[in-house]
Design a binder for this molecule. Sequence first.
Ligand code: AMP
Ligand code: MG
Length: 403
Amino acid sequence: MISVEDALSIILQETPVLECEKKNILSCLNKVLAGDIYSKDNLPPFDKSAMDGYAIKSYDTNLCKDGVLAEFEIIGLIKAGDFSSEELKNGQAFKIMTGAPLPNGADAVIQIENIHVNDGKLYAHEKVKSGNNVIKFGEEIKVGEVALTKGTVIRPTEIGVLASLGYSSIRVHRAPTISLLITGDELVDINSELKMGKIRNSNEYSLMALIKNLGAEVLSFGIVEDNKDTLKIKVEEALEKSDIVITSGGASVGDFDFVEQVLKEINADIKFKSVAIKPGKPISFAVIGKKLFFSLPGNPLSAITTFEEFVKPACEKMLGKEVICDDTFQVILSDDFKAKEGRRKYIYVKIKNIDRRFYAYKLGSQSSNHLMTMSKANGIIIMPEGVGHKKAGDILNGKFIFK
Ligand code: AMP
Ligand code: MG
């Protein structure tokens, strides 16, 4: 049995960053940019008005003070999307809308609140500075400047930046395809009634959801019977079609747990067979060529916990993301917490932020069968190896789950 840290470092050592491909920008959400993106345009491409108001020469307002007004002749209107080629002269003003290009000769926009119009003439009440309410040509970015750097994770903001620069597709790291094989003769699909001895297959659905959440592609083989030869055929097919293969269940040493035997028969390089974590101890990890294989325990909490702790970081590395191995923070316990000493224990809790301090509240049973408890939880607290008891008021590390 190895520690969580050692397991993670072995996994990441074996995990490749996947190659790059060109994709439509909307398909790049949460993916990682393969190279720098340069601006093809100056933004904004012209001096533009930041306000609805009047474009003027700021110089013309120099004498405005103590009730002295500056008078202008209004010579036209420029709305957003239009422009005027007429040169503005001293004493003249263009009515101008937000986003419209300034006419030549204007260097400021005076806002509606600081003027009045009488008899077709505009009167300014206050002196304005050059550049007032003007967004300057190229102020945001200039042609040839780097807009986004290689390694940037594409968020909705970056998709907006790419659209504004005229990029409809970009190169990003390919997302891994993850195959899912669900073992267990006790399992029936979600539309089936529960006959004696049977339970519904929840892992296939929760794991598919976790995979989709990461932006990876999922290829589900559904329920595979507890038979070594059938499992071997499916595992070989899955290895051919994907970057990562996950099995659920069949991971222990029961009479019908065949995953390890199959791994040996296909000459997989088994890197570890159990980790000091609760829930999730029987997780094993193997490498077959460039493909990664995770054998997750069948208990729903164990399957989900080990996916989050071990499969997710591998998937993030493949996507080209920086893997943050420790995203915990200090949590104050609101209740007493007990757990068996020994392995590191992940206790599913409700974390509340009260006056900018995080507090952990106890939920129901932490048995690795009880998905209902996990469903009420928004976080975990981590009881370290060898510690079995913490009191209300004590502090443990914790984190939010499924972010
Ligand atoms: P195993 O790891 O195959 O020994 O399974 C451990 C426990 O998890 C057993 O109680 C199984 O019934 C349960 N289990 C296994 N696979 C699933 C699944 N796909 N969905 C829900 N529960 C499962
Ligand atoms: Mg089983």
